[in-house]
Design a protein around this ligand. Structure first.
Ligand code: ADP
Length: 487
């Protein structure tokens, strides 16, 4: 049997290929390349799709030359979501810069979508109408780039997310997977097909979109090192992380504590419509089976710690926040609301701004640092409450990853404020692990049932018995949020 799988992780700021040793169940090599972004106008964010491809090919080659192509069973792919690329089917050349998920250029159009259409879009796609998702970005390129229209008339135009562009360039196949499709706002997450009514509304012909396959499909073959290596196993990054964390049954969830915070909650084979403005999305699909998830995010998590470090100069490094927070038994009544750029779910207020309340003459740096870390956990609690209310499903355990999950104080506090265990794995590269697991299943190397056994817990943070204290603090936080919403 072949020894390795490669997980290709095409993120927003870098592209990485990680060599996964199947028998050892661990990554043994990472090749990484930074990817540039450009900001041609206020609120616009673009990337060079060609650069993403060349760097992906480069890191893949680094893994292949190190391991030997003959030892590689296949490549799994996880990628930044929603970003769009339009390209020429004959030459493979992009017709315009990729429009990145953060780009706000289509927000005026999105704001003009009538209420009835918004409701229809939410019902069919699980998404609120927003410039973040792919549909309005594709529409923008079709309307503003003459070369795109010319190619469309010749039947040569391809439009897709980063996964489909990379798969096309690497294998020649024009395909995507269901999780990536579910972020375009053109994909009906119930019928699992592009939705003709939405395609009409955005004026996007079906012919320019890729074929949608299961996450565990074999997408094509990549010629590398004299071998044809199957590219099999694809998911958007957050969904790949859900799978890599082995959240495989209803009621399991994962939180990624990066710059922002992403909570994905497995709702089984039922698609739950959120009453709180959260996103319903495809969690993953294995063969014909599709499972759904609710997704919520806070814009600010690790960024708050960065602010303590770089903005206030209170920390010399992010990790120091743990010991400083632990040096006090509580925040001394200080509450922090991290609304640097407004508040997302469930408040949806872009005008709100951050707030530090309850300051007295006795307040110290440690109280403030602790209040900031606590606020990250309270934000996740708000999302978790919405998800449980919307779905009627109890959250059983949180699996954590991302840079700030290294903070033991934060993880323990999260367990206390959620009242459930927070389980931190040894391997925190959940996204890459998800891509490797999906590839392994796609290629028949292991079955879905084996995945849970591959995940190894490092620490399980269990909630303390003193629930009342944390509930009281959480209520104080909610009061502070109400104040922030008044600003
Ligand atoms: P991203 O992928 O969004 O760039 P990462 O997962 O690399 O983010 O996490 C980086 C973030 O985590 C930074 O904002 C950093 O301040 C924060 N961070 C890293 N280590 C710690 C720590 N020990 N305690 C608190 N925050 C941390």
């Amino acid at each position: 049997m072949k020894k390795y799988l490669i997980a290709l992780d095409a993120g927003t700021t870098s592209v990485r290929a990680m060599l996964y040793d199947i028998a050892e169940n661990r990554f043994i090599l990472t090749a990484r390349q930074e990817v540039g972004q450009s900001f041609p106008q206020n609120g616009w964010v673009e990337q060079d799709a060609d650069e993403i491809y060349y760097k992906a090919a480069y890191v893949l080659n680094r893994c292949v030359s190190s391991a030997g192509a003959e030892h590689i069973a296949g490549i799994g792919l996880a990628n930044q979501r929603e970003t769009v690329v339009l390209w020429d089917r004959d030459s493979g050349e992009p017709v315009a810069p990729a429009i990145v998920w953060q780009c706000r250029r289509t927000s005026a159009f999105c704001a003009s979508v009538p209420k009835e259409m918004r409701e229809k879009i939410a019902r069919k796609t699980g998404l609120p109408v927003d410039a973040y998702f792919s549909a309005s970005k594709i529409k923008w390129i079709l309307e503003n780039v003459p070369a795109a229209r010319a190619l469309m008339q010749k039947g040569r135009l391809c439009a897709g997310t980063v996964d489909s562009y990379l798969i096309f360039k690497l294998t020649g196949q024009f395909v995507t997977d269901r999780t990536n499709a579910s972020r375009t706002m053109l994909f009906n997450i119930h019928t699992l097909d592009w939705d003709d009514e939405l395609l009409d509304y955005f004026n996007i012909p079906r012919e320019i979109l890729p074929e949608v396959k299961s996450c565990t499909a074999v997408m094509g073959e990549v010629p590398l090192g004299g071998h044809n290596i199957p590219l099999a196993g694809v998911a958007g990054d957050q969904q790949a992380a859900l799978f890599g964390q082995a959240c495989l049954t209803e009621g399991e969830g994962k939180i990624t504590y990066g710059t922002g915070l992403f909570l994905l909650f497995h709702t089984g084979e039922r698609c739950i419509a959120s009453q709180s403005g959260l996103i319903s999305t495809i969690g993953y699909s294995i063969g014909d089976k599709t499972v759904y998830a609710l997704e919520g995010s806070s814009f600010n998590a690790g960024s708050c710690v960065q602010w303590l470090r770089d903005g206030l100069g209170m920390l010399s490094e992010s990790a120091e926040s743990e010991q400083i927070a632990e040096s006090v038994k509580d925040t001394g009544g200080v509450r922090f609301v991290p609304a640097f750029t407004g508040l997302g779910a469930p408040h949806w207020n872009s005008d709100a701004r951050g707030l530090l309340s309850g300051i007295t003459r006795g307040t110290t740096k440690a109280h403030i640092v602790r209040a900031v870390l606590e606020s990250i956990a309270y934000g996740a609690r708000e999302l978790a409450d919405c998800m449980q209310r919307d779905s009627g499903i109890a959250l059983r355990e949180i699996k954590c990853d991302g840079g700030a999950s290294a903070n033991g104080f934060l993880m323990q506090f999260q367990a206390d404020v959620l009242g459930i265990a927070v389980n931190r794995p040894i391997e925190r590269e959940s996204t890459a692990l998800g891509a490797a697991f999906l590839a392994g299943i796609a290629l028949g190397i292991f079955g879905e049932g084996e995945i849970a056994g591959f995940r190894q817990a490092e620490t399980v943070f269990r909630p303390s018995r003193d629930r009342a204290r944390f509930e009281e603090w959480y209520r104080e936080y909610q009061t502070a949020v109400r104040r922030a919403l008044l600003t």
